[in-house]
Design a protein around this ligand. Structure first.
Ligand code: AMP
Length: 191
């Protein structure tokens, strides 16, 4: 888990590579689904596209089903990294049930932590470089706030279970990934 701009997707791919497991990103899956062209698009693709454009969340029912299917594929049998899931309390519950049914468990939940003002400054700079006019300070701050509100409960749940691995997410990509590997190894050896 990590706030917008903390480099969560990049780190997810790095961790997956380091541990030789697939990175399962619900955002990537939904983007792929919504890209189906209009002529062949399924009802699901149209729904997902509409939800993503409006900035809302895909329903727990659809999301959980898609993750369950993905985790049932052969390459995830020995382990996987989830990126962008779970995002709601309902998804936490569904994930618990999926893992129990497969005789699996979570080893840890990585939380990338970063100072909000630093992240906002970083995202503003990126918006300027990439010419994204819609990424103004107000929208960027709003997204940070939404993230904080939505993840507070989830972080508490996983912290209570002793699964939370907090990592300082500010710095160069390699620096942060070294921190993640160190923190994760310490956490796993503690179990
Ligand atoms: P992301 O790239 O993780 O920010 O995801 C992009 C979009 O996909 C989100 O804004 C949601 O519309 C949808 N999405 C991704 N993951 C989830 C999830 N776990 N639950 C519901 N919607 C999701």
């Amino acid at each position: 888990m990590g706030p917008p701009g903390a480099g969560k997707g990049t780190q997810a791919k790095g961790i997956a590579e380091a541990y030789q497991i697939p990175a399962v990103s619900t955002g990537d899956i939904f983007r792929a689904i919504s890209k189906a062209d209009a002529a062949t698009a399924s009802e699901l693709a149209l729904q997902v596209k509409e939800i993503m454009t409006s900035g809302g969340y895909v329903s727990d029912e659809i999301t959980n089903q898609i993750v369950a299917e993905r985790l049932g594929q052969a390459d995830a049998a020995e382990g996987f990294l989830l990126d962008g899931y779970p995002r709601t309390a309902g998804q936490v519950e569904a994930l618990d049930a999926m893992l129990a049914a497969n005789g699996q468990r979570l080893d840890g939940v990585i939380s990338l932590e970063a100072d909000q003002d630093e992240l906002v400054a970083r995202l503003l700079k990126r918006a300027e470089v990439e010419g994204r006019a819609d990424d103004n300070e107000e929208t960027i701050r709003k997204r940070q706030q939404v993230y904080a509100e939505q993840t507070a409960d989830l972080l508490r749940i996983y912290s209570d279970r002793g699964l939370l691995v907090a990592v300082d997410g500010l710095g160069e990509i390699d620096e942060v990934s070294d921190r993640i590997t160190d923190a994760l190894d310490t956490h796993l050896n503690r179990e």
